[in-house]
Design a protein around this ligand. Structure first.
Ligand code: UGA
Length: 320
C-alpha cells in the first residue's frame, strides 16, 4: 500500500518502539523506491501508554507537543522503558538485601520514594518484571558500546535472578523438593487487568517448578487455558488426572485444593478478597503462601496458620 501511488510523497510515522536508527533503514528502503521529484519523510512519534489503561481520545494540545530530532525521539522511548525496568530491578535487588538483613522492602520503598527526586511510583518489589517491551527495549540499548551494554544487560540479568530466586525459595521452603507436590499458581498474566502473558515472570517460575517435578494448578482470571498450556509447553492431556503436570483451573479455590503451596504470580485485585480460611482448610499441611507481588494481608494469613513468604521481607512463621 505504501507504494500504491508512487507519484505522491508519503509521511511514514514510527509509532511503536523501534531499535535505534530504525528510521535510517526505513528511509533507505523508501528512497530506493521513490519516483524522481517525490520525497518521502520519516518521523518518530512513539507512544508511552502502558497496557490496560484507556487510550487518549482527543488530540494532544499543541502546547504539550514536544518536538525533537528523529534520533532523540526514537531513543527517548527506549530510554524511558529501560529506566522504568532499571527502577524495578533496583528495588528487586534491594529486596534480596532486605531478605538477607531483616529489612522490609515496602518500608524501604516508602522511605526512598518520599524523596521527591526519586518519587514513589514503580517501586513495587516483585518476582520480576514482564511484558512485551521492557526486556526487548533494554537489550535494544546494548549497542556496540561494551561498558554501556554491560550496564543495561545487568538490568535484565537481575530480573532473571529475581524470577529464579523466587522459584528456588519455593523449592527450598517446601523441604527442598516439590516433586509430586501440588502447587496452586494464582495469576499468569505479566500484570493485572490484562490477559497478556508475553515475558510473564509466571512462565519462568512455572517452568522451573515443572522441571523439579511439581504438579501445577494454575488459575488466571483472564488468560485462556490454551495460552497457559502453550507457554508452558504442556499440551491438553487426553483425560483429567490428579497426577497431571498442569491443570488449568476455573477459580482460585479449586486450584488450591489439596495443594502444598499457593503462589501469587500476578497482582489481580480479586486475590486479596479470597477467603483464605477456606483455602487453608482445603490444603495439605503445612500450608504455604508465596506472595510474589506482596498484595496479600500477611499478618492475617499467619493468624490463619499459613507459613508465609513474601518478596523482600521476613515474616515470622512460628520460628521456621
Ligand atoms: C510499559 C511502560 O510502562 C509504558 O510506558 C510503555 O508505553 C509500554 O511498556 C510500551 O512500551 O508499550 P507495560 O509493559 O504495559 O508498559 O506495563 P507496566 O505497567 O510498565 O509493567 C511492566 C512490568 O513491570 C509488569 O510485569 C509489572 O508487573 C512490573 N512492575 C511494574 C513491577 O514489578 N513493579 C512495579 O513497581 C511496576
Amino acid at each position: 500500500t505504501l507504494f500504491a501511488r508512487p507519484s505522491q510523497p508519503k509521511i511514514v510515522v514510527e509509532k511503536s518502539t523501534v531499535p535505534v536508527r530504525a528510521a535510517e533503514s526505513i528511509c533507505t528502503i523508501l528512497r530506493a523506491n521513490e519516483r524522481p521529484g517525490v520525497r518521502h519523510t520519516v518521523l518518530s512519534n512513539p507512544e508511552f501508554l502502558a497496557e490496560g489503561f484507556r487510550c487518549v481520545r482527543s488530540l494532544v494540545p499543541k502546547e504539550r507537543l514536544v518536538t525533537m530530532n528523529l534520533w532523540s525521539s526514537e531513543l527517548s522511548k527506549l530510554v524511558a522503558n529501560a529506566m522504568l525496568a532499571q527502577r524495578i530491578s533496583s528495588i528487586n535487588a534491594a529486596s534480596a538485601i532486605c531478605e538477607a538483613t531483616g529489612a522490609d522492602v515496602s518500608e524501604v520503598a516508602q522511605a526512598v520514594g518520599a524523596d521527591s527526586r526519586i518519587g514513589p511510583r514503580f517501586l513495587c518489589a516483585s518476582l520480576g518484571f514482564g511484558g512485551s517491551c521492557f526486556q526487548k527495549d533494554v537489550l535494544n540499548l546494548c549497542l556496540n558500546l561494551p561498558e554501556v551494554a554491560r550496564y543495561w544487560e545487568s538490568v535484565v540479568t537481575l530480573n532473571q535472578y529475581q524470577k529464579y530466586r523466587f522459584a528456588d525459595k519455593i523449592i527450598v521452603d517446601l523441604f527442598n523438593t516439590v516433586k509430586g507436590k501440588r502447587i496452586a499458581v494464582l495469576g499468569f498474566a505479566f500484570k493485572k487487568d490484562t490477559g497478556d502473558t508475553r515475558e510473564s515472570p509466571a512462565i519462568d517460575v512455572c517452568r522451573r517448578l515443572i522441571d523439579e517435578g511439581a504438579l501445577l494448578r494454575v488459575y488466571d482470571p483472564k488468560v485462556a487455558s490454551s495460552q497457559i498450556r502453550l507457554d508452558l509447553n504442556q499440551p491438553e492431556p487426553d483425560e483429567a488426572s490428579d497426577a497431571a503436570v498442569l491443570t488449568v483451573c476455573s477459580d482460585a479455590y479449586s486450584a488450591a485444593e489439596g495443594a502444598h503451596a499457593v503462589v501469587i504470580c500476578t497482582e489481580w485485585s480479586e486475590f486479596s478478597q479470597l477467603d483464605f480460611g477456606r483455602i487453608f482448610a482445603s490444603m495439605a499441611k503445612p500450608a504455604f503462601v508465596f506472595d510474589g507481588r506482596n498484595v496479600l494481608d500477611h499478618e492475617a494469613l499467619l493468624r490463619i496458620g499459613f507459613r508465609v513468604r513474601a518478596v523482600g521481607k521476613r515474616l515470622d512463621c512460628g520460628g521456621v
